[in-house]
Design a protein around this ligand. Structure first.
Ligand code: ZN
Ligand code: ZN
Length: 435
């Protein structure tokens, strides 16, 4: 008879703890009345495999020989948030699409077996990220009926709701960006890049400022120019550079890529030169805003970034992730590299975030602007800046972008912290000795 498993009181036959059935338990598929925690089961499966490899040093899968390897393989297979620390390749992405997915679940098995016949372990060099696919003993047997306790791969996540949402969002960003990039690459990518550039500039700068920066009588004309190749060519070179370069410049701010970083400084130099031409009410407002931005970014990279790197370094060294075997006493990465270990920032993250950044920044800026005017009205403050409302709004757009960037950084740090905790829990529960 069917019983609702969620009302069931379970006793784990490994650790003898008792609690109500929830996601920490395994639903026993063999039909025997034995209950077991997920983590206890995984630890048990690990010890079975450990015994197995100590008896048979060379297994059918040549990758699996040492205990360290076994532990890493086990963690990899069990970790259901594993895409947080690795770059998903295009072929893997295509495999996840329902109509392309291969029927078997063994995408790399053929290459592994061919190499095993030759007797040389080539599989590591073929797969840059070493990701062995199976354990020597895949399922543990139920001690009563000798059937596998469960017939599928058990996966583990901590119960953090935040991390689940974060993982889901990351996957969504990855899939959307790769799919859109593939789709746009079949069209005229230059035209689309130009449109993105104009759209981003419009998010930040009001029309009258844009006219001066881009040296054009009306920016509406740019929409028409952007439609055809000959139109694009007829735009003055500097204007073209400013439009095409804007998304690249934002990518340079977001990513740690040295080429993009250098481009960012070049771009801001060019923008500052043009911004010098805009001088309504003799305030030099635009130039001053851009200078403040540059100073803030410089201070950020000189003062805040080292602290943030320390934080990531601490996380990596305390969690010692299974996918990143490091010696705690050594600095195996340049200090900025630690930020990329636990949660990897890939090209699709940089692309997605830097394209949406001005829109989100201007939205936040608008809210801040409303808040400031509300405070002024409510408390009777009389603060009247010497610039026009449009210019004022522009400054708030910049502030909004800054606030967005800080919020993103804090979010990333919090997610890394939660993920480090999860990794620690997973690794410790597989290793620890419950006898
Ligand atoms: Zn247990
Ligand atoms: Zn059984």
């Amino acid at each position: 008879m069917f019983k609702n498993p969620f009302n069931q009181n379970c006793t784990c036959w490994i650790c003898l703890e008792e609690s109500n059935f929830d996601s920490a338990w395994i639903l026993h598929e063999c039909g025997c009345n034995l209950q077991v925690h997920k983590l206890c089961y995984l630890h048990w499966l690990y010890s079975i495999n450990k015994n197995y490899i100590s008896k048979n040093l060379v297994t059918k899968n040549l990758n699996l020989v040492t205990e360290d390897d076994l532990k890493r393989t086990m963690c990899y297979l069990v970790d259901s948030h594993r895409n947080l620390h690795r770059e998903v390749s295009l072929s893997e992405f295509l495999n996840t699409l329902p109509f392309i997915r291969p029927k078997t679940n063994e995408p790399v098995a053929p290459s592994v077996s061919i190499m095993s016949v030759l007797g040389i372990n080539y599989s590591i060099s073929f797969r840059i990220v070493r990701s062995p696919m199976s354990l020597p003993v895949e399922f543990a047997e139920c001690p009563q009926c000798k059937n596998p306790v469960v017939n599928r791969q058990i996966t583990f996540t901590s119960r953090s709701f935040f991390l689940a949402v974060f993982y889901w969002t990351k996957s969504f960003i990855r899939n959307t960006t790769i799919a859109l990039t593939l789709a746009l690459s079949t069209l005229n990518i230059g035209k689309w890049w130009f449109k993105i550039g104009i759209w981003q500039l419009r998010c930040i700068f009001p029309e009258n400022v844009l006219r001066v920066i881009l040296d054009i009588s009306t920016t509406k004309a740019l929409n028409v120019y952007g439609e055809t190749m000959s139109g694009l060519v007829s735009i003055p070179q500097m204007t073209r550079f400013l439009i095409f370069g804007f998304p690249v410049c934002l990518m340079g701010v977001r990513s740690t890529n040295p080429t993009l970083n250098r481009f960012r400084w070049l771009y801001s130099l060019a923008l500052s030169v043009r911004a010098g031409h805009y001088d309504s009410n003799n305030t030099k407002l635009l130039s001053r805003t851009l200078t403040t931005c540059n100073i803030c970014m410089f201070l950020h990279s000189a003062i805040t970034t080292p602290f943030i790197s320390r934080f990531y370094e601490y996380l990596v060294k305390t969690a010692t992730p299974y996918f990143c075997p490091i010696d705690k006493s050594l600095d195996s990465f340049p200090s900025q590299g630690y930020g990329d270990v636990i949660i990897k920032t890939s090209w699709y993250d940089v692309l997605f975030e830097s394209i949406l950044w001005p829109a989100i920044g201007s939205m936040v800026g608008g809210k801040l602007f409303d808040a400031v005017t509300w405070i002024q009205r409510e408390f009777g403050l009389n603060w009247s800046p010497s610039c026009s409302p449009n210019d004022c709004r522009m400054v708030f757009n910049f502030v909004g972008c800054g606030v967005t960037a800080v919020a993103r950084q804090l979010l990333d740090m919090w997610a890394s912290y939660m993920r480090a905790k999860e990794l620690k829990q997973l690794q410790e529960s597989i290793e620890e000795n419950i006898q």
